[in-house]
Design a protein around this ligand. Sequence first.
Ligand code: SF4
Length: 327
Amino acid sequence: MSGPLLKVENLAKHYMLGNGFLKQNCPVVRAVEDVSFSVAPGETLCIVGESGCGKSTLARLLMRIVEPTSGRVIIDGTDITEFGPHALRVWRRRMQMVFQDPYSSLNPRLTAGQIVTEPVENFERLKRKQREALAADLLQEVGMRPEIMHRFPSELSGGQRQRLAIARALSLRPPLIVADEAVSALDVSVQAQILNLLLDLQQNTGIAFLFISHDLSVVEHIAHRVAVMYLGRIVELATCEALFANPTHPYTEALISAAPLPDPTRVRPGAPVEGEVPSPINPPSGCAFHPRCPHAIKRCRQEMPPLAPMADGRLVACHVRTGAPAI
Ligand code: SF4
């Protein structure tokens, strides 16, 4: 069996607030803390959580758009965490990103054809005919007519712009695309078209996706596995089926119970999570979820629960649900 395409080990990102002379006195935001997971070829791993849980920072760490404080990012067995700019540029062929807002992530001065072929032209010079043929192929692959290659982003709809962003990400044929809230800015009907496009692309090309979303109905539709983040840490990692059928961490349970169902006569079991996400500058002691958790015991306020394997293979960070003795 081949190894994972992407492996993340103990990744962390801390931001020091202020620029005081005594750095040790500056407050620290722990945006991402001790995050580990892997993505297999052809797999879709979704990262979910409320806004501010660190999922977008995690996406930027993987792409090295922001530098990690510690931990490792390994792609195809190569640790790229320490790569310099040149090696990083070459490695970026292996992993591309699609952002939430296609309008601000596309250069408004370039035509659709120039946008989708730009990544390839960063590596090789194309003749005009080659560029047009490549642009036509990429646009058709994401369900757009080749004539669109002469239009500018401002002349396209939101859904067309996101298709364009996906075509650009596909142009280097990466085995993995990181999609950060890639459908959140779109209307529901357009969302469905883009999600189906991603599923078709995966089926046809075997591409893997790391899909960041706060929308559980989207996640349920496309994920093979799901990692739930809370205050910078993964608190549950399970197959999509297992997670939705039997959420185990109290936070996962609350998130799923708050997600709307297409049938208004049905309600999800459990109570939605109450209260606000605590500040990452001054997180609660022990389990960071304890101020909002209806199952908290004394131990939860004192000890941080480790991410522990359960009988069905999922990982859960909870003293109560993993059966640690109560204190
Ligand atoms: Fe709730 Fe305690 Fe489990 Fe944290 S460790 S989720 S506070 S029961």
